[in-house]
Design a protein around this ligand. Structure first.
Ligand SMILES: [Zn+2]
Length: 149
């Protein structure tokens, strides 16, 4: 099966988040067959919820769509490296693969910081692919924060 990136969908969600005044991060969850189960952008400000990261919302919605507490065999695309909180949920959800765009040396918890999946206490370690459309993902974040100054 040829590899098809779904980062463009995550980028659309990130742009929509920016338009709402949220940090522009977007995520999409795909079924093992490659169908979009859920897509979401950050809504921490709108929901007054520090856990309303794009990945969290997409994972919750995908689980609700499947009526399951796990997303075994599913893939996650997210425009920014998942933080430690999201990485923990990714492990609990048993996602098979994580594709992310921009690296996050400051707040990331996947390849930086806590490196959640590298600990023996992590119940599950998805395959990680970084740098997917990284330039576009980074540009969105950079523009957003430049406008705030
Ligand atoms: Zn997060």
């Amino acid at each position: 099966m040829a590899f098809t990136s779904h980062m463009s969908v995550a980028l659309e969600e990130a742009r929509a988040a920016a338009a709402r005044g949220e940090v522009p991060v977007g995520a999409v969850v795909l079924s093992p067959e490659g169908a979009v189960l859920a897509r979401a952008g950050n809504r921490t400000r709108e929901l007054d919820d520090p856990s309303a990261h794009a990945e969290m919302l997409a994972i919750r919605a995908a689980c609700a769509a499947l009526g399951a507490e796990r997303l075994t065999g599913c893939d996650l695309y997210v425009t920014l490296e998942p933080c430690a909180m999201c990485a923990g949920v990714i492990a609990h959800a048993r996602l098979a693969r994580v594709y992310f765009g921009a690296a996050d040396p400051k707040s990331g918890g996947t390849l930086h910081g806590a490196r959640v999946f590298s600990h023996p206490q992590s119940h599950h370690r998805p395959e990680i692919y970084d740098g997917i459309d990284a330039a576009a993902c980074e540009a969105l974040l950079k523009d957003f924060f430049a406008d705030r100054r």
